[in-house]
Design a protein around this ligand. Structure first.
Ligand code: SF4
Length: 161
């Protein structure tokens, strides 16, 4: 097979060139990326996004964590505090996974920048993707680590529960 070369301007050949590009928590797209190996597919949302180019991303996987993995939560604040070094992310084995969560947030931002996406649909209730975090089984306001970074960088975040 001959190698095809990417034209210098791909607007005419790339059908997604004129589409709105959005980032989506991969578990919402139906990918089994959750800590328990399951997904949270949102069919209605996927129908609504049909005309858009979707980037399904799991920040926790991008941070180097396995799937399935131990459930984690933010201790001592929210995602903004984690980015400032004032709070930590601790999993059920009492391991500190803060570095992986921050790495995943930064890698997610890179994907957004590389693709020119301006909007992210993120899964609620996650210490990465949520805007509400779990504190001792209850929900409290405060962004997850990835949500905090995207908001800080001016990306529109839409919470999906
Ligand atoms: S909520 Fe975010 S971090 Fe958790 S599985 Fe979905 S995409 Fe991954």
């Amino acid at each position: 097979m001959p190698i095809k070369r990417l034209p210098s301007s791909n607007k005419e050949t790339d059908p997604s060139a004129s589409k709105t590009i959005v980032l989506l928590s991969s578990c919402l797209a139906g990918l089994r990326t959750r800590y328990d190996g399951n997904h949270k597919r949102k069919r209605e949302l996927l129908r609504r996004l049909k005309g858009s180019a979707i980037l399904p991303v799991c920040p926790e996987q991008l941070g180097g964590l396995p799937t399935p993995r131990s459930r984690a939560q933010i201790v001592g604040g929210d995602g903004t505090d984690v980015l400032r070094g004032k709070a930590r992310v601790i999993n059920e084995q009492a391991q500190d996974v803060t570095a992986q969560f921050i790495k995943g947030a930064k890698e997610t931002l890179k994907i957004i920048r590389l693709n020119g996406a301006k909007r992210a649909f993120l899964k609620e209730g996650s210490p990465s993707c949520g805007t509400l975090r779990s504190v001792r089984g209850k929900r409290d306001s405060g962004p997850g680590v990835t949500t905090a970074l995207l908001l800080k960088e001016g990306i529109e975040v839409i919470s999906v529960d």
